[in-house]
Design a protein around this ligand. Structure first.
Ligand code: ADP
Ligand code: MG
Length: 380
């Protein structure tokens, strides 16, 4: 079977009648821990996975961009750098690309056009961040092709602006940063306020299992936005710049200013950021026992305080947690489930997930055995 790079080259020739010059790629991601902390300017610990978006590119002498994607067969889409029109509130796939060139133009950058053929294997719209993979692959392609010499962080920031503009929702920086900056075999501890990041080597003996329960993504995202809004309201009530700054003493003192659910939302964000730092340390020290415990606390807080874990997810997570004990961690991540477990338990965990989810719902889970991959770049 052809890999995405070969497929992208083929798609390019089919659509543009000539060979592409270069190939670029960027990966999808899963977040180990740090749930709902990115837009609250706290810590997150994502890992890039071995699913990526590849773009075959040919340079143009004018300022036109033309793009096709195998995920959305149809006409070639075309726009001009700096003349993207109104891209907001329109869910067309190519608006992610137009958003990037618009954000670049707004930053005072100039770039000549490209013809683009896009092929990816990051599942779309399931919480593995195909949108950031697309944005970062494209941003990286322009940066190389036009010799803009943008840093991976700059490409991530441009992409974050593009996605926020397009979706009319201010999105966090996590997805774009991990796709741009990841290192193979490492997770990345990101400080979402300072935009500092530190690679965290994952213990060699752990398998990375990503479980997609095929949830109703639309209502999950609506709930996500509701929680985000709620966090901003709490931040305002407490007179803070972000919930990142919240201390235990402040939260205790302000308890009467908040409703019970607001108090629990704030408690989740505050403790989750602390757990993220501790989980990174536990992984660095290969302290699986501690890591397992922290992941379980995160799961309980997401379920009981932040109330974003469905009964089905809870069922599967608890089954895995009980089975692996202190030999791995499991929790929800952006609507999927991530399990980092001792290699020896891999097959049994996969079987357990399949059985426990099927017996509860009659449906099948989609399970990916992943590896921690490197970030975006040119494919040589
Ligand atoms: P997620 O990022 O979790 O996969 P999103 O809803 O944020 O979900 O992004 C999915 C959207 O990103 C798709 O509907 C499409 O518009 C765009 N997209 C992602 N990957 C591709 C691709 N390979 N080709 C075209 N569009 C893509
Ligand atoms: Mg996305």
């Amino acid at each position: 079977m052809e890999n995405p790079a070969q497929q992208a080259m083929k798609l390019f020739v089919q659509n543009f009648g000539t060979k592409a010059d270069d190939l670029y790629q960027a990966p999808g991601r899963i977040n180990i821990i740090g749930e709902h902390t990115d837009y609250n300017e706290g810590l997150v610990l994502p890992v890039a996975i071995n699913f990526n978006t590849v773009i075959a590119v040919k340079h143009r002498d004018d300022y036109q961009f033309r793009a096709v994607s195998d995920a959305f067969p149809g006409e070639i889409q075309q726009w001009e750098f700096g003349h993207e029109g109104d891209i907001a509130d329109d869910s067309q796939w190519y608006n992610y690309l137009k958003g990037i060139t618009a954000a670049m133009a707004l930053s005072g950058l100039h770039a000549k056009g490209l013809d683009l053929a896009i092929v990816g294997n990051v599942p779309l719209g399931t919480g593995l961040s195909s949108s950031a993979a697309l944005e970062i692959a494209f941003g990286t392609a322009i940066s190389y092709a036009d010799q803009l010499h943008l840093s991976p962080l700059a490409i991530a920031q441009i992409s974050q602006r593009a996605e926020s503009h397009m979706t009319r929702q201010e999105c966090g920086i996590m997805d774009q940063m991990i796709s741009a900056l990841a290192e193979p075999d490492h997770a990345l501890l990101i400080d979402c306020l300072e935009l500092d990041s530190e690679p965290v080597l994952l213990p060699e003996n752990l398998s990375l299992i990503v479980i997609d329960l095929n949830i109703d993504r639309k209502s999950f995202m609506a709930q996500y936005q509701e929680r985000k809004q709620s966090c901003y309201e709490i931040t305002e009530i407490l007179g803070l710049d972000s919930l990142r700054d919240l201390t235990q003493i402040q939260l205790h003192r302000a308890k009467q200013l908040l409703t019970d659910s607001q108090y629990r939302r704030a408690l989740h964000v505050m403790t989750e950021s602390q757990r993220t730092a501790s989980a990174a340390r536990a992984l660095q020290e290969n302290n699986l026992n501690r890591f397992s415990e922290i992941m379980h606390h995160s799961h309980c807080s997401l379920r009981d305080n932040f109330e974003v874990v469905t009964p089905e997810m809870d069922h599967v997570i608890n089954a895995v947690h009980q089975f692996v004990g202190d030999k791995g961690g499991v929790k929800m991540s952006d609507g999927c489930i991530i399990a980092l477990v001792d290699h020896e338990l891999t097959d049994q965990v996969i079987e357990l997930v399949e059985d426990s989810f099927h017996s509860l719902t009659g449906r099948d889970a989609t399970i990916h055995l992943c590896s921690a991959s490197g970030g975006a770049g040119r494919i040589t």
